[in-house]
Write a protein that binds this ligand. Sequence first.
Ligand code: CO
Length: 404
Amino acid sequence: MKPGRSNRRRFLQSGAGLGAALAAGAGLAADDTKPASEQPAPDDPTKVQGRRASAYGERSRFETAVRTVQEHNSLTPLAAMTGIITPNALHFERHHAGVPDIDPRRHRLMIHGLVDRPLMLTMDDLKRFPAVSRIYFMECSGNGSRRTGLRTVQEAGLTSCAEWTGVNLSLLLREAGVRTGANWIVAEGSDAAKMTRSVRLAKAMNDVLVAYGQNGEALRPEQGYPVRMFVPGWEGNISVKWLRRIKVVDAPYQTREETSKYTDLMPSGKARQFTFEMDPKSLITFPSGGQKLQGPGFYEISGLAWSGRGAIRRVEVSTDRGLTWKDAILQEPVLPLAYTRFRHAWKWDGSEVVLQSRCTDEHGDTQPPVEALLKARGENSTYHFNAIQSWKITADGNVENGFA
Ligand code: CO
């Protein structure tokens, strides 16, 4: 779209293009009511000096995907993601008493309980320990639990994947000296909810991180700045943010978040407790609900798969509501406990179809159809919902919830 004559003149006068003009607050009077993404760009960028370097980067003003913000959480726009890494500004959030404002210079992490040498660590102390960086997905155990399917893939956006950097908790626990009789740890956050969860000692000694880095920079405040626990593959709530205390104990603490919440009431009337691992799950992100195909022809179906029990071994795609399945291509890298991006070449003939994906992890665990999951879990269990999602493509190319 060409800018109006007067706008164009102002561009040329500015000599620095629209970005700089907007940044300087000069604006374009004719378009002040429109968002930045609808403001005109120069007709020929080679004729205009570009804007200057900046101190902290921002994405193009034409990229507008944002999190869906709800009362206590925000959902990652999965359809807008490329590859397997979620940018920090779009990582999903879930907090129970808001995001605390913490000065890292005053923050302390205490490790105590059944240990020989209790520790009280500053952030500087923590960063002197050898660090590791690993790519892991995170998913809220309540993610995507709509039994009647999703209208958009972002409705299942309580999941993200990032590179996390920090210290192996096993190293800190060895430093403190775990005593015999210890079987669990209890982690506590510094938020107003004092989020508290119990973790089996075996898991704590295996792959749990005390993380202060996320995708190459410090954790975002909404991800636990200055330090969080990160428990790979397990339900997101247990990766306690704003971590201030780890107590080594003999038995789980039966906190609110492991009794009245984050338990799964079964048809028998009994609840499953300590259901930690996230089950294998996959979502087609393109085409997905709310999008529109521009007519018959070639498309590459693409999506994300993950499992809290290990690596993804296989993703199958169906274009006929589950009658037949074909193997999708798994894009490297295929890492355990991380997103795997899958792709599947497809030619749409223009008729109404239903697309589905189904992943299988290295243990052979796979995703059930919705009916099978509901039959096994009953009406009262909402966490750990990993049923196969269906997208219907109508003859005019609209992509909708394919729940039948
Ligand atoms: Co659970």
